[in-house]
Design a protein around this ligand. Sequence first.
Ligand SMILES: [Mg+2]
Length: 187
Amino acid sequence: MSLRRRGLGAVRRRLSAVRLLAFDVDGVLTDGAILVHPDGGESKRFHVRDGLGIVAALRAGLKVAFVSGRRSAAVAARARELGITADLQGVKEKGAEMRALRASLGVSREEVAFLGDDLVDLPAFAESGVAVAVGDAHPRVLAAADAICSAKGGGGAARELVEAVLLARGLGDALPGIAAPPPRRRA
Ligand SMILES: [Mg+2]
């Protein structure tokens, strides 16, 4: 079976246990680009559909965390805007951070889905019940993942995971329309 075919549908049963969605940021919620300003500040581009999905997940009672190795005011602003559960930045070792986060939130390993793209995310994969890679992740991350999003980082991969978890948990009403078949268009 090819890597590309190991989609989220294949792990639906495990996704039904997920209560915490943890996202790496650069290359997952963004396409990996960091626009560095002359004054040292930086900009990032987030996908609006990911944002809507994260808000829906929170509304449905799920917990959402950002887990980034870097520190960025832009990411902090996005985290505040979305009202996520935990904005963890400057994380040195993501496995230990995930263990601490799980303990503080009272969430078991099986109740965590982590979405990553690069080698530094592998320790977090090991601490998560469902390890998911964005479609354009590093080859070793694709190989280690339980499932792979169709979308790339910054291109709706987070939304894809959110929808899969909501549907697997029977929480499709949090995002009206996702559970229904696509409307037929008139010819
Ligand atoms: Mg990354």
